[in-house]
Design a protein. Structure first.
Length: 233
């Protein structure tokens, strides 16, 4: 079983490094799960520092499950511009579909679809991704493989692809350390990450994530701090 997972990992890495993703941003590694008829609020923050400066982004979202297996989420994306002012950068719609029941097959599977529109320009982006998670005792391996197409007035029409992975140790529900990997054409990043879940009554729960990803692209400085809070109810 482990050999199959490693083979999938190698194939996905090769596929993603041969595709274009020049504006790649480190972000969340998605699990393939949806709670029955859940609702959620989420906040994400990323701070990326490289030779071109510091890019700050925030995402605010609300999601509502359409069924036991499908959830639709709407985002407002904010970013800091060259004048150090923070404003709206874009809008996103995200659909996640949990294909398999958790624990029924050798791995859990899901899909991800996104539509993104820039706020000040007529630039668009669509994504379609495959989400997997496999447990090995107290360890879990989560992978995301995403195909991206973008077009508009200031960006070329092109295909891109991304690969993300998280290998974590489920030490406690509230504290789960791990390692994250991000791969794109001009970016390979690896770093420590932590996540946790605090459960309340029924299916109410609060998730937190924190990660620091260092770019492995030669001598240039490129590292990203990311964090998120998600309340599901």
């Amino acid at each position: 079983m482990m050999k199959h997972v490693l083979l999938i990992f190698v194939v996905f890495m090769a596929m993603c490094t041969s595709a274009q993703a020049d504006n790649f941003t480190v972000d969340k590694v998605y699990q393939p799960y949806v709670l029955p008829f859940e609702r959620e609020f989420e906040w994400r923050f990323t701070s990326r520092q490289n030779d071109n400066g510091n890019v700050l982004m925030q995402r605010f979202s609300f999601g509502h499950a359409l069924s036991e297996f499908v959830i639709l989420e709407a985002y407002i994306v904010g970013a800091r511009d060259e004048n150090q002012d923070f404003g709206v950068e874009g809008y996103e719609l995200e659909l996640r579909w949990m294909i398999t029941e958790q624990g029924r097959y050798w791995a859990d599977w899901g899909t991800l679809f996104e539509l993104e529109k820039q706020h000040n320009t007529n630039d668009w982006e669509v994504k379609a991704g495959l989400l997997t998670e496999k447990e090995f005792g107290q360890f879990s391996l989560t992978t995301n493989v995403t195909l991206v197409y973008e077009w508009g007035e200031t960006v070329p029409n092109e295909w891109e692809s991304e690969f993300k992975a998280k290998f974590r140790y489920r030490w406690l529900p509230e504290v789960q350390p791990g390692v994250e990997v991000y791969v794109a054409e001009d970016f390979i990043g690896v770093g420590p990450a932590f996540m946790g879940i605090k459960r309340f009554d029924r299916q109410k729960q609060l998730k937190w994530e924190l990660g620091f990803i260092a770019g492995l692209n030669g001598d240039s400085k490129d590292h990203t701090l990311r964090m998120s809070l998600e309340y599901e109810f």
